[in-house]
Design a protein around this ligand. Structure first.
Ligand SMILES: [Zn+2]
Ligand SMILES: [Zn+2]
Length: 280
């Protein structure tokens, strides 16, 4: 078994790849240039005045690296000092790929050894200059580990949701799952079980028994005695209660949905469909 390959990292401070990071195995030669077969490839059109075959990093093992110009037109610089022969390279050193007679500079690249790359506490991925500092735990995360709902890191997000629950904390939207069907208000529901697929308006709710009566669903024939208001009597159709677990709210487009709640910036709570975010 060979352990994970050691790498070195190149962070582009300027040029066509500004803000990007590239890695290369920390063995042999790492060639930097505008040629397509360069290990660290510069943009063939934009990264002027860098040369096609500009510079190289020589890996000598034991975290020893040397920077060398490869006969470029406008020279290689380490921390703004022209590179002559092989010069040692370590974390934080800035390589400039050329500076021409008009003062134009090729890409500036910051070099990192693997051991000096900050790791994201959540995913172990490298964290570079562009990172996210979580307001809840103050740690630095990579951009993939942001929870955009809470605007915190992903590890903090569940805790933050709980802490903010019901406080109406302004400036974000809180959406929670609610496993139970909330049929307290008139709402259209779809039914499973015997009357599967039927939809109707909830007419009444018995929260203690966990039953709802849905218009036109679970209809039974009932013998009705004549009353003062209903002189006739006889056999009538009557919707009977069904278990609340057999109904599900439907969203504006008619799909069955789970219920979420949204707490607005002013603290008001509204019921929404998890499917499309519409109010129920
Ligand atoms: Zn991460
Ligand atoms: Zn956090």
């Amino acid at each position: 078994m060979v352990g994970p390959q050691k790498k070195v990292y190149f962070f582009f401070l300027s040029g066509a790849k500004k803000g990007k990071i590239e890695s290369a195995p920390a063995t042999g030669l790492i060639r930097i240039g505008r040629q397509h077969d360069s290990t660290i490839q510069l943009d063939p059109y934009e990264d002027i005045p860098a040369s096609g075959d500009h510079a190289q990093v020589v890996c000598e093992g034991d975290d020893r690296f040397l920077l060398e110009d490869r006969g470029s037109s406008w020279g290689t610089f380490k921390n703004d000092v022209p590179v002559v022969g092989r010069v040692p390279l370590s974390t934080g050193d800035v390589i400039t790929c050329g500076q021409d007679s008009q003062g134009r500079q090729g890409p500036k690249i910051k070099f990192y050894l693997e051991k000096d790359v900050l790791r994201c506490p959540a995913c172990e991925g490298p964290v570079y200059k562009r990172h996210f500092k979580c307001p809840a735990c103050a740690k630095k995360y990579c951009l993939r580990c942001i929870d955009f709902q809470t605007k915190t890191c992903k590890p903090c997000a569940p805790r933050v949701v709980t802490a903010r629950k019901g406080t109406g904390d302004p400036g974000f939207e809180l959406v929670e799952d609610d496993e139970e069907v909330d049929a307290k208000r008139p709402a259209r529901v779809v039914v499973s079980g015997k009357d599967r697929g039927k939809t109707g308006e909830v007419m009444s709710v018995d929260p203690v028994a966990g039953k709802v009566i849905v218009e036109g669903v679970n209809v039974a024939k009932r013998h009705q005695k004549p009353t003062r208001s209903m002189q006739q009597g006889g056999i009538i159709d009557k919707a009977m209660p069904i278990d609340v677990s057999n109904v599900s709210l439907i969203d504006s487009s008619g799909r069955s949905t789970r219920v979420g709640y949204r707490v607005g910036a002013d603290g008001t709570k509204s019921r929404i469909a998890r499917t499309n975010g519409g109010e129920l």
